[in-house]
Design a protein around this ligand. Structure first.
Ligand code: NDP
Length: 312
């Protein structure tokens, strides 16, 4: 099966839906394929308190349903399906969905996001949303005046530990080696914060909890093999993100962490007519609102490019 369209949007997080709202309103008749996790990373969050426009907060899945309905109201054709292969070497661009459906699109907006890396512990699944999180800025507020842990030793972990130290009574930072990978200035900030206790050479063996959520963790020292139980209510995993870019390898320019590279101040990739927005091209901010902002940019860039190319 093959279909020729003007604008294809791949991915359905805040970036994808915002691009869809703008592209529909601009008359581009976009088709969106939602990917393996319709709604994106926010569907794994319970409460969202920092997205402007929700004075009482909302929950992640509900917000994504709102965005989907808004995109549909203007005519976006939202479909289940996963882009499995692309060919951007000629125009129109070709994208295969679920290996069977072939879409030919003049413009393609990529909003496939990034996925948080996890440790692989059973408790990460059991207590997801009940004390386990991969985003301190999203969920830290719910742990104010409580004890939490952060796992990781890069800039994200250092930043999350410092952020949480402003809200929580105590932050345990679990570092698997005897040194941190984070930039020196971030390391100093963490080391000099009296609320942060660093557990060097330590890994988490188990997340402990009950029906109400996380109650603690058991860590093991990699050198002495001694174990220790720490009572806490929040467990933040900050060991990096993986952008969802594997199908674009060899076709689109990426940085060394495999994030898509966009031209500064725009959503343009190195291929004409292919635009990227949201976390797939942002290793730094990674917020729903910043993703939504770049989704708007991508739709405007696509519309202008189509018009300039006499395709709209
Ligand atoms: P990084 O890949 O830099 O660091 C990941 C950290 O997680 C490493 O310290 C690693 O340990 C640790 N880790 C990985 N797997 C495990 C595991 N299974 N158990 C325990 N620890 C583990 O990711 P970040 O998200 O921190 O940063 C990504 C990029 O974004 C970096 O380039 C960073 O500089 C940048 N960034 C910049 C910021 C800023 O400038 N404000 C803020 C945040 C990120 P080990 O060191 O032992 O490998």
């Amino acid at each position: 099966m093959s279909e020729k369209i003007k604008c294809l949007i791949i991915g359905s997080g805040p970036a994808g839906y915002t691009a869809a709202i703008y592209a529909s309103r601009a008359g581009l008749h976009p088709i969106m394929y939602q990917g393996s996790q319709p709604g994106g990373q926010l569907t794994t969050t319970t409460e969202v308190d920092n997205f402007p426009g929700y004075p009482q907060g909302t929950d992640g899945p509900a917000m994504m349903v709102d965005l989907e309905n808004q995109a549909k109201r203007f005519g976006t054709d939202v479909r289940f399906g996963m882009a499995t292969k692309v060919d951007f070497t000629s125009s129109p661009k070709k994208v295969w969905v679920d290996d069977t459906i072939e879409i030919e699109a003049d413009a393609v907006i990529i909003a496939t996001g990034a996925s948080a890396k996890w440790l692989g512990l059973e408790g990460e699944t059991t207590f997801n949303g009940l004390g386990v999180s991969a985003c301190a800025v999203c969920d830290g507020f719910f742990y104010r005046n409580q004890t939490v842990a952060v796992v990781g030793a890069g800039d994200t972990a250092a930043e999350e530990a410092s952020y949480l130290a402003n809200l929580c009574t105590k932050v345990h930072l679990i570092v698997r080696r005897g040194e941190m990978r984070a930039s020196l200035i971030m390391q100093e900030r963490v080391k000099n914060n009296p609320k942060i206790e660093i557990h060097w050479n330590s890994e988490t063996e188990e997340i402990l909890g009950d029906a109400n959520g996380v109650t603690g963790i058991r860590i093991v020292n990699n050198i002495s093999k001694a174990t220790e139980e720490i009572a806490l209510t929040g467990f933040f995993v900050a060991i990096g993100h993986q952008p969802n870019t594997s199908i674009f390898k060899g076709q689109l320019e990426m940085d060394k962490q495999e994030y898509l590279v966009t031209e500064k101040g725009s959503s343009r990739t190195n291929i004409e007519g292919v635009f990227a927005c949201g976390d797939v091209q942002d290793s730094i901010y990674r917020q729903a609102i910043t993703a939504a902002g770049t989704g708007c940019i991508a739709a405007l860039d696509a519309e202008r490019w189509l018009a300039a190319s006499n395709l709209h």
